[in-house]
Design a protein around this ligand. Sequence first.
Ligand code: 5GP
Length: 189
Amino acid sequence: MENSKLDIIKVNNLSFEKYIDKEDIKKNIKLLAKSINIKFEHKDPVFLAVLDGSFMFTADLLKRVNIHSTLSFVKIKSYEGTESTGNHKELIGLDKDLTGKHIIILEDIIDTGLTMKYLINELNKINPASITITSLLIKRDALKFNVEPDFALFEIQNDFVVGYGLDFDGYGRNLKHIYKVCKPEPVIS
Ligand code: 5GP
């Protein structure tokens, strides 16, 4: 990973430009925590963080949550299927004791919405009291499935992003800001 004064960085062999500053992330997380503290006071909610991408968002948000609550982690494994089987997913780590609880999902990004639709479907099977969808980012133009987050911190363009927990081939999760991939410059002959 390389840093330069121009806010252009390299992750693996791709260039990314600074897109969302850490101070703006901090500001929106503060507002989100305030809303959650009010909405879920006396409801003993459980935050359900979806690994790996939401780890930084979860840590920063939870530091500002001051209501009686718990935290649990899940992981969603995707298997690229053949054309006939399609995309198969598996939910790992779900605690069955969440029945009757108010669940607040913490996700890094909603792209097509397929992952979130799958997760909601699985959670409904254990009969929670309520499900609240919270996503750090949403690519609204890419949405193909009917999932509407209750809280989305930033609506972004349909570009690939890294940083603040999100990776490119495993790298870039540690970046403090969020970066989007640089579009190739047109070649003028
Ligand atoms: P969906 O199922 O909504 O199409 O995709 C959601 C998942 O795809 C996210 O949890 C994330 O792992 C991955 N994803 C989608 N867009 C991006 C992106 O721009 N950057 C990164 N790092 N991951 C993404």
